[in-house]
Design a protein around this ligand. Structure first.
Ligand SMILES: [Zn+2]
Length: 311
């Protein structure tokens, strides 16, 4: 399972206790996945075409709770698209008016009239805005696996849906980018902390945990790499210094001056010849008796000064 489908499965389990929020989520789902069919003689039906059974069950439950209508559920297999399955919920002509009335798409009464082909969106309360976003993620959202990138995208075909998603995200102070592809517009969010804010608002806490642990993992990896690069740079510097000293010492030992070197410097010169790669601290430990790093450094400076004089 992908991160996106895991997250949607989780969103389908988020409890939604208030009627206002159920309607807000259902409105988003309708704008993403719903459609209205005209059957002739003023008869209408409503249809939701859904990618996963969990989303279909959630829509079924919400419709039933809000309107006492039991939708019909069908499984449709599309032979043309590699046998992809679609779950279709239909609210037939007898029940459709009641559902459309609850969406403010139709007037109530004995001779109902269609007012709009899309539901009225109510986003005044924060709870409903969060529920709307949950519906929008379920209906038209995609999340990229955080191991690869931080990316939450809404593929939006309807203008009302686009404006409503933007309003919800603006309320959470989340900057949104947009791009258009053929007949659909994409709204997307790229920063991990903003995706975390959205998922937290929607109640997808498990997905938030996954995202946060990926963030930590990436941070640790970055630190380790930086430390390794730093160690490598130190090592290279040390080896370069060792090689430089070695060249000077070789010249010095080949000259007459080597005979007049004090024994302490003589010993250090020999030690360096035998171990060109060691740091000064390590080199000092090889002397008899061992000498501290600063002591070795001091001796090495004197040795180098004499060697440079010969050059
Ligand atoms: Zn609400």
């Amino acid at each position: 399972m992908s991160f996106s489908s895991d997250c949607k499965e989780e969103l389908c389990r988020v409890p939604c206790d208030k009627s206002c929020c159920r309607m807000a989520e259902l409105t988003a789902l309708y704008l993403c996945l719903g459609s209205l069919s005209l059957l002739g003689q003023g008869r209408l039906s409503v249809r939701f075409a859904v990618e996963s059974p969990a989303i279909a069950r959630r829509i079924y439950r919400f419709v039933q709770k809000e309107t006492q209508i039991a939708a019909q559920l069908q499984y449709v297999t599309h032979a043309r698209f590699g046998g992809t399955r679609e779950y279709v919920l239909t609210i037939g002509p007898n029940d459709a008016p009641a559902l459309l009335e609850s969406f403010d798409m139709m007037t109530a009464g004995a001779s109902p009239m269609l007012l709009s082909t899309t539901p009225n969106v109510r986003l005044n309360r924060a709870c409903c805005r969060h529920a709307f976003l949950r519906g929008a993620i379920l209906g038209c959202g995609t999340l990229v696996n955080p191991e690869h990138a931080y990316h939450l995208e809404f593929t939006v075909k309807d203008d009302k849906l686009r404006r409503s998603i933007l309003k919800c995200l603006q309320n959470l102070q989340i900057p949104v980018k947009r791009s258009s592809r053929r007949n659909a517009l994409s709204l997307y969010v790229k920063q991990s902390e903003h995706i975390i804010t959205i998922l937290t608002a929607c109640g997808a806490y498990q997905a938030v945990t996954t995202l946060e642990s990926t963030l930590v993992k990436r941070q640790v990896l970055g630190n380790v790499n930086r430390a390794m690069n730093c160690d490598y740079a130190n090592l290279r510097r040390q080896m370069n210094a060792g090689a430089r000293q070695l060249r000077l010492i070789e010249t010095l030992l080949a000259s007459d001056k080597s005979l007049s070197l004090p024994p302490a410097l003589q010993e250090l010169a020999q030690a360096r010849m035998q171990a060109p790669d060691l740091s000064l601290a390590e080199l000092g430990q090889r002397l008899d008796p061992p000498v501290s790093k600063s002591g070795t450094n001091n001796r090495m400076r004197r040795l180098m000064k004499i060697a440079r004089e010969i050059q």
